[in-house]
Design a protein around this ligand. Structure first.
Ligand code: URA
Length: 276
């Protein structure tokens, strides 16, 4: 019989827990490093019963192993920064979001470090500039891209021809496209031929098709916000790593808005996963 196979009582389980406790970092240190506040504040989160490790409510003094144990606060996972990489790129026009291929065009994937391998969350057209998140965190990527989680994407669009009040109102109400009606968009007019549009769906070339369906060719399109993340300080072609706090803010952006009746996990449906 293999060593340890007979261990099936409470004492053995307790031994294992003790080992786990001693192996990792103190919870309040991990929580503080993830941007949840000072160590004292984080200790209070544990005392208030808001922290769990591997699905069990954490207790004060407990440790967790970064990248191995699943730590959640109010049910929201702490980003395992050691295992996952998160980059925010300001994609220039002319760069593609699909995987690098033999063709001459550069892929957004080639703009960031090559290890660990990361992939873009959603896609921007080759002619669209702006924010693309790259990560190897599949669960977060799924939530950010799936329309049912309602994560906002904000675009600045310049069109040919002056915008009428009717066109702006129709964009706000939703536009009939060949793949169905779009959800209502938030639109603010920036000038006679420029708008800011906020959507949360991820249809292919959605903003361009919405404008073109209403008779306006898109002259330029830039994604300036993904959920809580904005382009500030990132020139086209530049990238930066997300802070732990920013990763957490992305999880929060996906946490409360999941619509009833929609698929709930990465394997639930491929529909809508191509991003916004
Ligand atoms: N909508 C578009 O039309 N293109 C993009 O790249 C993103 C949204």
């Amino acid at each position: 019989m293999a060593e340890g196979a007979q261990v099936s009582d409470g004492a053995a389980v307790g031994d294992h827990e003790q080992h786990v406790d001693e192996a990792g970092e103190r919870l309040q240190k991990l929580l503080a490093a993830a941007g949840l506040g000072s160590r004292r504040t984080c200790e209070r989160l544990v005392i208030e019963g808001r922290v769990s490790v591997n699905g069990k409510q954490a207790r004060i003094g407990q440790r967790a192993r970064p990248g191995l144990d699943r730590v959640t606060v109010d049910g929201v996972p702490l980003p395992a920064m050691e295992r996952f990489a998160y980059y925010l790129v300001n994609k220039p026009v002319g760069v593609i979001c699909s995987a690098p291929g033999p063709k001459a065009r550069k892929s957004v994937v080639e703009l960031v470090p090559q290890s660990p391998r990361v992939f873009p969350v959603g896609r921007l057209d080759v002619a669209t500039e702006g924010l693309v998140l790259l990560t190897n965190d599949g669960e977060l990527a799924y939530r950010l891209a799936h329309p049912s989680f309602g994560v906002e994407k904000e675009y600045v669009v310049r069109v040919a021809g002056d915008l009428s009040r009717d066109v702006v109102n129709r964009l706000r109400r939703g536009v009939e496209l060949e793949d169905g009606m779009t959800s209502p968009a938030r639109v603010s007019v920036l000038g006679p031929r420029a708008m800011r549009i906020v959507i949360h769906e991820g249809r292919n070339r959605q903003v361009r098709r919405m404008c073109e369906a209403l008779g306006h060719h898109v002259v330029s399109l830039a994604r300036v916000r993904v959920g809580p993340l904005v382009a500030k300080g990132l020139a086209p072609g530049q990238w930066r790593r997300l802070s732990a706090e920013e990763v957490r803010s992305l999880w929060e952006a996906t946490a409360g808005s999941h619509l009833a009746g929609e698929p709930t996990g990465p394997g639930a449906s491929a529909k809508g996963r191509t991003g916004a």
